[in-house]
Ligand binder design. Sequence first.
Ligand SMILES: [Zn+2]
Length: 386
Amino acid sequence: MDYFRNEKNYLLEILSKLVEQNTTNPPGNEYLAAEIVKQEFEKLDIPYEIHEKEKERTNIFGTIGKGEKTLLIAAHTDVVPAGDGWNTDPFKMEIKEDRVFGRGVLDDKGLMASLLVLAKYLKSIEDSLNLKIIIAGVADEEKGSEFGMTWLADTSILKPDFAIIPDNAGNLCEINIAEKGHLTLKAKSYGVQAHAMSPEKGINAIVNLSRFIIELQNYQFRYENDELLVKPTMNIGLISGGTVVNSVPSYAETTIDIRYLPSQKSSDIVADFEKIASKLKEMDNKVDIKFEIKADAQPLYVSPNHPLVQIIKEEGERVHGKIVKITGMGGGTVCKDLARNGALAICYSAGDLDFYHQVNENISINELLDYAYIISNVIKRFNSEF
Ligand SMILES: [Zn+2]
């Protein structure tokens, strides 16, 4: 622990440089932060690669150790807009006692700096590693990872066996092993246009869509009991239809956000919705509703008994003296991109969830150092399995 607590100045030096780089996404400009990470990799003699799907949307990763199996630890270098109401300059790191302030100190530049402290240590024990460790700073996490992890994972530029993603806070006390699936479904209602003076000559697509939406309120998801993710959810979030008020609308649509559990299949949910629409059609032949899947991210589930999960739990509890909970979440992280491509991916991080995307974003310096310490212990223990 002392080794890591003594790296405080190194951590703060990197973090202050990272905070100064304006990588607000959009537009991103992650090349600015990647340059800082690159300089550290060069100083530490860590071989690195740089990959860009689009110019200036830079992803960088360094490799330490050799081995058939790869463990990736990836922070992101973009940040959300600063917003108004800061007590300090959001792009200048400020220190107050044990806390640092600035945009990104928690999400996720502080963790990037912590990973470089970790990288420095791992480099010093490199000969003992039978596991290849990849330390990455990726782009575009705040806007969906199209230029970051989604691209890196789907193209197999990054193809780890295991991944720890430090981007879900939890103050070192939560390991996130499950995420709901996320289905975005559009329901499209077709009618027949007519003049508003003779609506009986048309078929009103808005009215028929409304009937479908009302039916949806009675829909019960079918799923198995899930301790971590509890239950699926549905939100009717968008609606549009018609062109002018004096015409019977021939088209209307609604877009539905569905978060589903590992025990469910998105195709079953769509089939259920199709059944509801065909029942309406049986009652009234003029109803014509079709469905379009706009996006579908599969759920994520890692066994709580996996050695990597257990080791993080034990090491976190040992260092922090508090229970480390195993949790699930409704949101999506880049773990999904990695899991879709064969990795066992979990989230574990430092910091308070309450300060994500807030003004006066801040984090404990010791927590960032403890994170590097805990992960170094996790790597040493997990390493002995290979
Ligand atoms: Zn964020």
